[in-house]
Each structure stands twice: as structure tokens, then as C-alpha cells.
Design a protein around this ligand. Structure first.
Ligand code: AMP
Ligand code: GLY
Length: 422
């Protein structure tokens, strides 16, 4: 039996822990820091934050930890995997020099250009004057992206020239995303359905997971502000077998080989954010980790042992036959605090009806003085149902989402509708 740590404390980590718990080889699971909901499935260590690398390593050493899963982007970009590996602990998750594929959009765009991986055409800038001169004459709409991590919010789709100019000013001059915005990418506006493809990789072999579709905007019909993700479905019906084969050939393998050729072999979960454009699939973004809330629909459909796969990614022995999927579809509906992603209140009790019959993945919640679950974040939890058909999975997820209550609970009402029309 192996005792493990899972670094992180959101709905994604909850889904990872639920999946790992099924492995007969796993002993104790510690979540660093975890959250009030994860506490049902693992031992949470609230005083060790996900970015506190020294404390994570110290905890792993003193608790005889045999394997580590680092789930969020920040610790990976900061070098958490390197520090754990240096301490002799095998890790699922890329080292710092590979996590840069998410940590710097300038890096990832230049990588794709160098290796001919299809993506939006772009220019990079490290001074505001040159960037402003460029957006005053570039094709519109255009897309302005802060170079570094910005909680998924560093991307501005400018539908008019004034919006493009404002975007450059707010990112580079007003430093809306802090130092993340010292450099920017300005890229071509692409159109087409979006697909998330998470993959397992050990640095040489890449095995795509089941495809999924996120719903990033706060409002129905993809309106309003961008969020961390308001719901997901899997598999994504736009992602046909033919497109999957094309992506393997033109995007997945070339990316893994490019990272290896650069002396930055990537092991862990590499997330491909794709757009299926009229000119074929193109990369919108790479993430160096599982997606949230994609994980909450993908892992419930995994039919093999997640721990076996993760160990193979860490020690370079991954093979495609290790990864098998159930048939059917899954849908995750996120319940958020009213006012998210701008301003919201926390501390409201969460209750779940007795006849709730789905997976509940908790993201922003803590335990109150009497052990009761209280809201403690923007995205509070996700309700996932799986079924033979997508229509049934969506209906089940919504039926069960009605059975979870807290003051000001907000959810989109159209998760899965676009996929059902595909
Ligand atoms: P990102 O954080 O890079 O995933 O971007 C957030 C969202 O912005 C994506 O999910 C897309 O919907 C949109 N987006 C990003 N880049 C482009 C692009 N070049 N063209 C059109 N939409 C984009
Ligand atoms: N759901 C998008 C992400 O995890 O970045």
C-alpha cells in the first residue's frame, strides 16, 4: 500500500481523489490543503497551501509519502514536482521546465511556430507602445493574452479596435494581471467549436483521454464574463474519430516530441484546448494539468486504475492499453455563489437532499464549527451524472443539482445544450 498526497483543493482534486480511492494499492490520501468537501474522502491538511512547496515537501517526508499528485498550475509552474522528485518522491505532474507550456503563452506560441503545430497566427510584445501601434492596424476581432498565469482570466477577445487598445492598456500599463502582463500575445481570432482534450503522457507516449466540452461564460448561451468553467460534458460530439486521428498526427505527438527535443520532457496531464476551425483543429491553449471542471466528467468515465496510469506517467512506462473508457456520457453542472465571477458572499450552509443520486465534487466549501458544510468560494461545487446517452446525463445532472441547496446558488441552465445540437 502506498500513502499519497494530492496537492490542491478544488473540484478537480476532489474528482481525482475519488478516482484514486478506488485503487487497491493506495493507503492514506492526504489533500494539501483539500477543502470541506474533500474531507469526506481524504485527510485534509489545511495549513499546507498548494503553493507552499517547502511545506509540501516537508509534509511528504515526515508522512512517509510514496507518491505525489500535483494538480494545480501554480505549484507546477513554481517547481513543486522538481522539489518532490529531489526529495525522492515520484510525482504525477510536469517539472518546472515543462510546466512553462502553460506558464508562458509566449513560450507555447513560439514552440508551436518552431515545430509547425497549428495555432492562431500571432505577434508577441514586451512594450506597450509597440503593442498599441500593432493593434491600431491589425485585423479585428483580435485576441489579447497576458503571457503568464492569470487564473484563466488573462484573455481578452476584442471585437472592436477600441477594445483591443483598452485590452493592451489594461494588461501592459495598468497591470490588471500583475507581472503576468509584462509580455503579451496578440493573436488571430479563430472560430469553431471548442474541444478540451486532456492526455496522459510520460514524456514520450501520449494517450488522449475522452474529449470534453467546457462552458466558460457565466451566462446561458455563452454570454457574460469568463469564469473558471460553469459546466462540462464528455465526450464532445464535435470531436469525431477522424478529427481525433488528425489531432494525434498534427498536434499531440508533435507537441510531446517538441518538448522532448527542447530538453523539457513533459510528464503528467497535458491539456490541449482546441478549436475546430474551418482550416482544421488548432491549439487555443495548453495547460500543464487536468482541467477544472473537465476532470469532473472525464474521470468518472475512466474504466481503468488511475493510480496505475499515474505511476506509469511518472516512471516512463505508459502504454495506450492502460487507459480504457466506459461507454456513455457524463455531464457536470457547477453551482456557484450568486455574483461570481465578480463579487459574492460566502459562509452559507450547504444541504443535500437524501435522494441525491449523483457525484458531488466540492470546490469552494469549508467546515463550520459544528462540522456543517459552508460555502467558501465562487464556484462552490459540481454535480456529475453519467448515463448511456448525453441527453440522459444532462437531465440527471440537472435533476440532482436541484437537490443541493445554499443561499444564492447560481447555475447555468444550458450545460450540454450545444453538444446535444451537434
Ligand atoms: P484561454 O484562457 O487561452 O483558454 O482562453 C479563454 C477562451 O478565450 C477560450 O476558451 C476561447 O473561447 C477564447 N479564445 C482564446 N483564444 C482565442 C482565439 N485565438 N480566437 C477565438 N477565441 C479565443
Ligand atoms: N476548464 C478550463 C481549465 O481548466 O483551464
Amino acid at each position: 500500500m502506498t500513502d499519497i498526497i494530492v496537492v490542491g483543493g478544488g473540484g478537480r482534486e476532489h474528482a481525482i481523489i475519488r478516482s484514486l480511492k478506488k485503487s487497491p494499492e493506495i493507503g492514506m490520501i492526504y489533500a494539501l490543503p483539500g477543502n470541506g468537501g474533500i474531507a469526506q474522502d481524504a485527510i485534509c491538511v489545511p495549513h499546507v497551501g498548494a503553493k507552499d512547496i517547502d511545506a509540501i515537501v516537508a509534509f511528504a517526508r515526515t508522512h512517509n509519502i510514496g507518491f505525489a499528485v500535483v494538480a494545480p498550475d501554480d505549484p507546477l509552474v513554481l517547481g513543486a514536482a522538481d522539489a518532490l522528485i529531489d526529495a525522492g518522491i515520484p510525482v504525477f505532474g510536469p517539472k518546472k521546465n515543462a510546466a512553462i507550456i502553460e506558464g508562458s503563452k509566449v513560450f507555447s506560441k513560439n514552440l508551436m511556430k518552431k515545430y509547425g503545430i497549428p495555432t492562431a497566427s500571432y505577434e508577441t510584445f514586451d512594450n506597450a507602445e509597440a503593442a498599441l501601434a500593432y493593434v491600431k492596424q491589425c485585423p479585428i476581432p483580435t485576441v489579447v493574452k497576458a503571457d503568464g498565469l492569470a487564473l484563466g482570466k488573462g484573455v481578452i477577445i476584442a471585437m472592436t479596435r477600441d477594445e483591443a487598445i483598452d485590452a493592451v492598456r489594461s494588461i501592459m500599463e495598468d497591470k490588471q494581471f500583475g507581472e503576468s502582463g509584462s509580455r503579451i500575445v496578440v493573436e488571430e481570432f479563430l472560430t469553431g467549436p471548442e474541444v478540451s482534450v486532456l492526455s496522459f503522457t510520460d514524456g514520450k507516449t501520449v494517450v488522449p483521454m475522452m474529449s470534453s466540452m467546457d462552458h466558460k461564460r457565466i451566462g446561458d448561451n455563452d454570454t457574460g464574463l469568463n469564469t473558471g468553467g460553469m459546466g462540462t460534458i464528455a465526450p464532445n460530439p464535435y470531436y469525431t474519430d477522424e478529427i481525433a486521428a488528425q489531432c494525434m498526427e498534427t498536434i499531440f505527438l508533435p507537441t510531446i516530441r517538441a518538448m522532448e527535443a527542447e530538453g523539457r520532457p513533459f510528464s503528467g496531464c497535458l491539456y490541449f484546448g482546441l478549436m475546430l476551425t474551418p482550416d482544421g483543429p488548432k491549439v487555443i491553449e495548453y495547460n500543464c494539468r487536468f482541467g477544472d471542471p473537465e476532470t469532473q466528467v472525464v474521470l468518472p468515465l475512466l474504466d481503468s486504475d488511475l493510480f496505475t496510469i499515474m505511476k506509469a506517467c511518472a516512471d516512463g512506462t505508459l502504454t495506450a492499453d492502460m487507459v480504457r473508457w466506459k461507454s456513455g456520457s457524463a455531464c457536470c453542472v457547477i453551482l456557484a455563489s450568486n455574483g461570481y465571477p465578480v463579487k459574492y458572499k460566502s459562509g452559507f450552509p450547504i444541504t443535500v437532499d437524501e435522494d441525491f443520486a449523483a457525484e458531488l465534487y466540492v470546490a469552494g466549501a469549508k467546515r463550520g464549527d459544528n462540522g456543517e458544510l459552508l460555502t467558501a468560494g465562487g464556484r462552490v461545487l459540481g454535480v456529475t451524472s453519467a448515463a448511456d446517452t448525453l441527453a440522459d446525463a444532462v437531465a440527471e445532472a440537472y435533476k440532482n443539482a436541484e437537490k443541493v441547496h445554499f443561499e444564492g446558488a447560481y447555475k447555468r441552465s444550458d450545460i450540454g445544450q450545444r453538444a446535444l445540437k451537434a
